[in-house]
Design a protein around this ligand. Structure first.
Ligand code: ATP
Ligand code: MG
Length: 336
């Protein structure tokens, strides 16, 4: 079983990324062979960004992932741009991806509406590159948050369309969305997901935030006018806090509801903050131990890229061959 997932090196990673994705990455190392995790710098250039910062953020992200429990000996951890097959396959797959579907993707609609200046074609193309990321490894499973469900469905249709047009080459992947914490909400605006690029700073809890910052953000979290600590559709703020606490403590959301029945919102928020602070502290400490060694991180990513390339290049060669692109495979490497 092959697992693949990608994470952007934009900004610091937040609790949504940690709960929705990174925890699943860590668990995937025991379930998959191989588990492949990619820092997607090519995706990060689809919104405004600073070139020098992108490199720094890539190291930040690599260090966070390792600090959270990814072990480069038990998974393949690499940087997307180091494996050119992603870009090539993206172009090839664009021929079986309908423009209309890309146009309808919620992420494209939300991010392009939020953009003040140029809305890049890359933003529209994002799901095609993402399809290439996964399909290049013939991954069976893709751990992601709820926000990526739509892109995964597009990816599945792309793989099916490719296979029916050119032959059974690609694996149609399944998403793996966690049951609790699939959509961690912005603490200031619980109708929106916690987000690297789109959220409010006060509503976004970063894994690397200092304890007092985490405490302050939870204290100011928007709740609702009621007083019960239960999960309900009309209580997105409190429901969000219950889920965050459940994951942080490794218990069921129902157990959190029972424990805090009759408590006030203030006490509950303080308890959630304490649980999160205790839970992420070891990740922050390990991160600071790892982050300074950029040469080491670079070496880890380079070794990962080599393993990734060995897999992706085989798929892309088959795709090229089936599509009639480039020389026939017999002549590849024959020197002719
Ligand atoms: P952006 O908002 O700019 O897209 P992001 O915060 O979504 O950034 P990504 O690198 O795009 O960060 O996402 C990495 C992973 O984290 C994806 O699998 C995504 O589904 C998941 N994820 C992101 N935000 C949340 C969230 N609020 N709750 C749960 N999972 C999330
Ligand atoms: Mg995202």
């Amino acid at each position: 079983m092959v697992i693949f997932s990608g994470i952007q090196p934009t900004g610091s990673k937040h609790l949504g990324n940690y709960i929705g994705a990174i925890l699943q990455y860590v668990a995937g190392q025991d379930r998959a062979d191989p588990a492949i995790y990619c820092i997607v710098d090519l995706h990060a250039v689809t919104v405004p960004y600073e070139p020098a910062e992108l490199r720094t953020r890539t190291y930040d992200t690599a260090a966070i992932l390792i600090a959270a429990g990814l072990d480069p000996d038990r998974c393949i951890l690499f940087r997307q741009a180091d494996v050119m097959e992603h870009a090539e396959l993206s172009w090839l797959l664009s021929s079986v991806t309908p423009l209309g579907e890309l146009n309808r993707m919620h992420q494209f609609r939300d991010k392009s509406a939020a953009q003040r200046e140029l809305v890049s074609a890359g933003l529209l193309f994002y799901p095609v590159l993402q399809s290439a990321d996964v399909l290049a490894y013939r991954a069976h499973e893709v751990p992601v948050g709820e926000d990526q469900r739509e892109h995964l469905e597009l990816m599945r249709r792309t793989a099916e369309r490719f296979n029916s047009r050119f032959g059974e080459i690609l694996v149609v992947p399944e998403h793996r969305i966690p049951e609790v914490g699939a959509r961690v909400r912005d603490l200031q605006d619980p109708d929106r997901k916690m987000s690297t690029t789109g959220g409010s700073d006060q509503g976004t809890v970063y894994v690397l935030d200092e304890p007092e910052v985490i405490a302050r953000k939870f204290k100011r979290a928007v709740a609702d006018s009621g007083r019960e600590i239960v999960r309900r559709d009309d209580k997105p703020g409190i429901s969000n806090l219950i889920e965050i606490m459940a994951v942080a403590r490794g218990i069921a959301p129902e157990a959190v509801e029972r424990e805090f029945e009759g408590s006030g919102y203030g006490d509950f928020k303080t308890a959630v903050a304490e649980a999160v602070i205790e839970w992420v502290a070891p990740v922050r400490e390990r991160y600071h131990e790892l982050r300074d060694d950029e040469a080491g991180l670079e070496q880890t990513m380079a070794a990962g890229a080599e393993k990734a390339r060995a897999i992706a290049s085989v798929t892309v060669a088959e795709v090229r061959d089936a599509m009639g692109v480039g020389p026939t495979r017999r002549s590849v490497g024959s020197g002719a």
